[in-house]
Design a protein around this ligand. Structure first.
Ligand code: DAT
Ligand code: MG
Length: 148
């Protein structure tokens, strides 16, 4: 069973799209096992996006993600990492497939509504940045008996 870190980014909350985005992932059968609203400080933002350090957009990315609260969620499910990436769509909303979250709702590459871990390994690191072990829930859903 995989876990992935999702961030509902500041633009999604500003635009009133948090519920819509969470709902799409939840309706697909993914289980919410942790969730919190927080301000990402500069330190957390730089650690979370460490791989992009030095790129032209890095400073704008850090200022944007720290500009207003985000909602951090751990979703769990079969192939959760890849499933969420496909449901998000490509990074640039202008290129993202219709039907995807960014394809349907995204406006701009720098304001693309949602973060989702890009590998199982990064998911584990990212989850550790945002959540303690005690904040991640383990519970049974009847549904999971026939999905998995
Ligand atoms: P993703 O969020 O699809 O994993 P990424 O990891 O390549 O994309 O980049 C992280 C974020 O940085 C992305 O969601 C938006 C921003 N970003 C990426 N490429 C950009 C660019 N060319 N111009 C502006 N912002 C960019
Ligand atoms: Mg990424």
């Amino acid at each position: 069973m995989e876990r992935s870190l999702v961030l509902i980014k500041p633009d999604a909350i500003q635009r009133g799209l948090a519920g819509e985005i969470i709902s799409r992932l939840e309706k697909k059968g993914l289980t919410i096992v942790a969730m919190k609203m927080l301000y990402m400080d500069k330190n957390l933002a730089q650690r979370h996006y460490a791989i992009h350090k030095g790129k032209a957009f890095f400073n704008d990315l850090v200022s944007f993600i720290t500009s207003s609260p985000v909602i951090a969620i751990v979703f769990q499910g079969k192939n959760a990492v890849e499933m969420i990436r496909r449901m998000m769509g490509e990074t640039d909303p202008a290129r993202a497939q219709p039907g995807s979250i960014r394809g349907d709702l995204g406006i701009d590459i720098g304001h693309n509504l949602i973060h989702g871990s890009d590998s199982i390994e990064n998911a584990s690191k990212e989850i550790d940045l945002f959540f303690s072990k005690e904040e991640i829930f383990s519970y049974d859903r009847e549904l999971d008996r026939w999905i998995y």
